[in-house]
Each structure stands twice: as C-alpha cells, then as structure tokens.
Design a protein around this ligand. Structure first.
Ligand code: KG4
Ligand code: ZN
Length: 353
C-alpha cells in the first residue's frame, strides 16, 4: 500500500459519496474546494414518495463515471496527480454504498493511490472546514437530513466525534417529507413546506417531542418526530372530515415551528452542557429558512458562533468526503485496506476504517 504524500497547500484528495440518492464526487486540496459535482436520482424517486434503494443503486452506477469526469474537468486535474481517494463507507443504504466503495477501490488499485474509507456523518461535520476554516473544539454539530437527525460532540474531526443524542424514530427530513404528503405537497417535501409556511406558526400548537421536564433525564438530546407527524395528519383529517378547508400556510408554519423549535432548543442545550461556543449544522434540513433564522437568533442570545455551510455543501456531496479524507491524510493516519466493506449502520465514533 503506497504511503500518502502531502504537498504544500494540503493533500489533493478525491472524495466519493453514494450513501443515499446523490452521487457526489468532490476534489479538494487541503481546505480548498476544487470541484464538487453531484448527480441526484431524486427525480426517479418522486413517484414512489421516497428513496427506493434499488433505484438509487442503479442510478449511482450510471452516474459515477460521468460525475467523476466532470469533477476532474472542473478541478482541472488528472487522476494521476491525486494524493488519495476517500469514500463513504457508511452509514447509508447498503446497495448504494457498495457502488461508491467499489468505484473508489477500483480507482485506488488502478492508480496505485491510498484509499480512505470514511464516515458519512463525520463528512457532514468536516465540510464546514471548506468555508470557515479550522473548527474550535469542543463544538456541537446538529445533523438534520432525510436519513439522520443527531446532535454530536466534536473534539476532533478525525478522531473524536461522539453522539450526544439522535432521533428515536423519524429523521427531521423524513417528518417534512411525510407531512408534505399529508398536505398534498410533492416529494421531497422539505423545500415545499419551507416555501408554503408563510402563515401563523402558533396557529396549531403541535407537540414538541422529548421536550417535557420528564424527558430531560433519558432523552435530553434525543428527538422524536413521529408523534408530530401523526398529530398533523390527525388535525388535517379532522378538518377534512368536517368539510372545512385546510389552511396550508398556517399548518405548514405550525409544523415547521414545532420541528425547528425542538432542534434549536436542544442544540443550545447541548452547547451549554459541554461548554461549546461553536455550533455547526449540516444535512438537507439545514437549508431550511426558519431553522437558520431561529438558530441564528438563539445562538446570538447564548453567545454561540453559528457555522452554517452553504446549502449545496449541507446536502450530501463528495466534497465533504474529500475534505474529511484530506484531514485524515494531514494527520498522517494509515490508509484503509482495499478489503474494507460498506457498513450501513457505521457509528459516528468510527470516523475512518
Ligand atoms: O442531506 P439530504 O440531501 O439527504 C439525506 O437525507 O441524506 O437531505 C434530504 C432531506 C429531505 O428529507 C428534504 O425534504 C429535506 O432534506 N430538505 C429540507 C429542505 N431542503 C431539503 N427540509 C426542510 N427545509 C428545506 N428547505
Ligand atoms: Zn447526509
């Protein structure tokens, strides 16, 4: 296995991401973003109302080489110049992960470059380095997407991430997608609800999961959104049964407020609990307008610096995997074996394999 070289400006790393429905190929030199090409199969899942793993896997297979070629062209590099290849090894959809991992292994073997199998969730944290530079630690990361919702304590991006709490049922994005369906909005529902939520956020007092005093002991940093989703569905059904119109702008705003209130309150509490002065957010739901506003307000009130990567870096992409790989190479860590397998439930504490 070749040892990685780190030229000035940081190592030149290619990152491959394929854990869900986005085929991402990113190229970085240290903390400098050179290319971030993403091919999404979201259109192919719309008629099913959610990601179909088999459809996603096939789409990755078809998109991988063209996306890789676009990334190399955008960065104006040749694959032979790379110092290493990083790839998402988990968590995610097994069949989807395997496509990215097999592609990365093939490249590493053919080009005789070191391979780095890395954790997708840690990638969501690392991507912030591309925009805001070194991360003060300890810090808290709030990851909110269609597949994951968790609060993380970050002591080191390459060797110290632990989970403070996570959702016990639906992810926040999943709740957005399910409620959107109830409200007759298309998949993926998050952006549609975000736009529709122009009404009164206090119109319906929807439940805030795990926010009662009794939850502080066992579920202080955990989330639960399935009760909220059911409450919205029941409320809408009752209205429709009575032959009354459903006030979309008000219901969407009330649902969104319940989600964003809980996410931001728990993020503040997590910062206070570990003495962090920095909070970073990632995942598709981090693009949400109300969540960004509420977090900005509450962070300012608590003296916390909020780090919000631009929406294109919050959703799944290859650059987040590349920059995590670059950090690992800069640390002098050993490359992964070409024998590593994908792990659909890889815990966040295993940052690299
Ligand atoms: O990170 P992501 O692209 O993929 C994974 O799930 O890993 O996140 C997609 C999720 C979907 O559930 C989508 O509805 C949600 O992020 N989302 C949003 C917004 N944009 C995307 N949710 C709320 N507001 C948004 N603006
Ligand atoms: Zn993700």
């Amino acid at each position: 296995m070749p040892e990685p070289a780190a030229p000035s400006g940081g190592p030149l790393i290619l990152g491959i991401e394929s854990s869900c429905d986005e085929t991402g190929v990113g190229i970085v030199r240290g903390h400098q973003l050179l290319a971030n090409e993403v091919a999404s199969s979201v259109e192919e899942h719309i008629r099913f109302g959610g990601v179909v793993p088999e459809v996603a896997s096939r789409a990755h297979l078809e998109a991988m080489v063209p996306t890789l070629e676009r990334a190399c062209a955008a960065a104006d590099i040749d694959l032979t110049e790379l110092d290493g290849i990083a790839v998402t090894a988990g968590p995610g959809l097994m069949g989807a992960l395997v496509v990215g991992l097999a592609s990365a292994k093939a490249l590493a073997y053919a080009l005789d470059k070191p391979l780095y199998g890395v954790n997708h969730l840690a990638g969501h944290v690392a991507v912030d380095l591309l925009e805001h530079g070194p991360l003060p630690t300890p810090c808290v990361a709030l990851l909110v997407s269609g597949g994951h919702t968790s609060l993380l304590r970050v002591d080191s991006i390459t060797s110290g991430i632990s989970e403070l709490g996570s959702t016990v049922d639906d992810a926040a994005g999943e709740a957005y997608d399910k409620v959107a369906r109830v409200l007759g909005l298309p998949y993926p529902g998050g952006p549609h609800i975000d736009r529709a939520a122009t009404g009164d956020p206090a119109y319906v007092a929807f439940p805030r999961g795990f926010s009662m005093r009794k939850d502080r002991e066992q579920h202080r940093f955990d989330f639960s959104f399935s009760g909220l989703k059911t409450a919205v569905a029941r409320w809408v059904e009752a209205r429709e049964r009575d032959g009354e119109e459903v006030p979309l702008a008000d219901v969407a705003a009330s649902f969104q407020e319940a989600v964003c209130d809980v996410l931001s309150a728990k993020a503040m509490d997590a910062c206070a609990a570990i003495g962090a002065t920095d909070l970073l957010i990632g995942g598709g739901v981090a693009a949400n307008g109300r969540l960004r506003t509420l977090l900005a307000e509450r962070s300012a009130a608590h003296g916390i610096a909020l780090r919000t990567p631009r929406p294109g870096l919050c959703t799944d992409n290859g650059a987040m995997i590349a920059v995590l790989g670059a950090e690992i190479v800069s640390d002098g860590a050993r490359p992964s074996s070409l024998d590593i397998g994908a792990d659909s439930s890889l815990p966040v504490s295993r940052i690299s394999l």
